[in-house]
Design a protein around this ligand. Sequence first.
Ligand code: FES
Length: 348
Amino acid sequence: MSVGPRGRAHELEVAEIIRETADSVSLVLDVPDSLAHRFRYHPGQFLTLRVPVEDTGSAVARCYSMSSSPHLDDDLILTVKRVPGGRASSWLCDEVQVGDRLTVLTPSGSFFPRAFDEDFLLVGAGSGITPLMSIATSALMGGVRAVRLFYANRDPASVIFVDEIAELQAEFDDRFSVEHWHESERGLPSPDAMEAELAAWSGHRVWVCGPGPFMAVVEKAAESVGIPADRVHTERYRSLSGDPFADVDVTVVNDDDDAQVTVTLRGDTVDLAWPRSATLLDVLLAAGHDAPFSCREGECSSCACRVLSGDVTMRKNDTLVDSDIAMGLTLACQAVPRSEEITVTFDS
Ligand code: FES
């Protein structure tokens, strides 16, 4: 069967554009009441946008995190920083206007806290602040524990959300501390500096987002000061090689050796035969269920779900980390059965 992006792709109107810095904007998207249930999100998640390629009629897909918090904001807000020579970010920063309609997939991603009952250390650089801002706001509004933000930027003028961060500091001065690091004054954050930062806050779970080299320094520092890998969460954006907005063909061949799977998806529970050669996502799509997905390549985590009982294995996984897998998360687009009976949920 051929499965279109129906149920996953939607058009949202740009209600407002906020110029954050010289090279970054926030796009406030209007989510109509009829789609509100589809666009509920966790702080730290992202949207996949369809970005037209000039004069060709074709498009590419790019992922951008929400900077808004479901604990504070009624609107859904994406924040985008212009990448030099980057067609998608330039289009979003320079050409999109209020009233335009953007084609997007529903929220995705596994970079979000499952609870706010422990301390957080948020470590970001540049536009990596976007999911961290959402997490910080939610942790402060929705929890009672301490939040530390280390935020590196080129110079003071390039700091996104400088006012919003200051307002949160004023409101939560006993729980929220911030270290701004400006490369214009102190150079790039060094391994020693990051080790000192992480050692001082090593009791916190660490959430990291920024350019690749920066994240590598942070991860190395975390290892050096003895923070367990399952307490270090990272968010990396990859360009999707496929087109998540295109129709996909799904074929599932049942045989006598099929496993049995019970799946909970948006409040409904179904029982299905799961052929051992088929992925869980294909089984669901072939049966007509509107399971979430984007890349189908094990790279985006849009299809992440939790195995509650039984055993699966992933053919490929470029996005879930050990701590995700330890919590039972798997990628439906890559999961094939290992046990006879399996129970899975997409709802938590
Ligand atoms: S759809 Fe992207 S990882 Fe499964």
